[in-house]
Design a binder for this molecule. Structure first.
Ligand code: DX5
Ligand code: ZN
Length: 217
């Protein structure tokens, strides 16, 4: 499975509808929505008014990546906005297992994210309660950064853990992914990649999206 979630963060916010329709009509699978609070990460992106606006036009599932402190405080609001896939950072909570359970109890798919410095092994006790795990391949906070190859061994470790437990938890990789490295990322064991600048800044978005997914025009 090679799922693609374009990150709206790299879109044109003055003409967001164009980028939303692009995703709707492309080979992409989900909308990736990056929420940043300026505290957990040194940047502020957007919040619920934008998420609600995306939801009004999105015809594919929304995948929201919370880069915020106290993520639990906003799970319910994300459900109300129509997010189907919701992830929070392992580093942002003391109770990751409970957080995953709350997300599921609200009817969403639950995901937990690790930053580049966080070991993949710490996710092992959480895998049964997680619909997906997200390995950051850049420091969270900004689009357009360079892919960190150190993330690949972590993806391989998670792939082994998930397969050996017979689980169907998906592995997502986020940061610096493009058609140049997508094959490597999927071969390492990822099921879904996030791509922001690679798609929205591409001269030919369809070509880039299809190349990432490994399909022909
Ligand atoms: C970074 C975000 C990413 C980012 C990806 O903190 O979580 O989703 O938008 O953008 P690119 O693909 O440009 O690295
Ligand atoms: Zn993200």
């Amino acid at each position: 499975m090679r799922l693609l979630a374009p990150s709206i963060l790299s879109g044109n916010f003055a003409r967001l509808i164009d980028d939303i329709e692009y995703v709707n009509n492309s080979v992409a699978d989900w909308f990736h929505i990056d929420v940043m609070d300026g505290i957990f990460v040194p940047n502020i992106s957007f919040g619920f008014p934008v998420m609600d606006a995306i939801a009004r036009h999105a015809r594919k599932p929304m995948d929201t990546h919370l880069m915020i402190v106290r993520p639990e405080n906003y799970f319910e609001r994300c459900a109300k906005a129509g997010t189907e896939w919701l992830s929070f950072h392992y580093e942002a909570t003391h109770k990751p297992l409970e957080a995953l359970r709350i997300i599921r109890s609200l009817g969403m798919k639950a995901g937990v994210v690790i930053k580049p410095a966080t070991r993949a092994e710490i996710l092992e006790p959480l895998l049964e309660e997680a619909d997906y795990v997200l390995v950051m391949s850049v420091e969270p906070g900004f689009g357009g950064q360079k892919f960190m190859p150190d993330s690949l061994p972590k993806v391989r470790t998670l792939r082994k853990m998930i397969d050996s437990k017979g689980l169907s938890t998906l592995i997502q990789v986020d940061g610096g992914v493009s058609s140049v490295n997508a094959d490597e990322v999927f071969t390492a064991g990822a099921d879904c990649v996030v791509a922001g600048s690679a798609i929205f800044k591409a001269a030919d978005r369809d070509k880039e999206s299809m190349a990432i997914k490994g399909c022909q025009r």
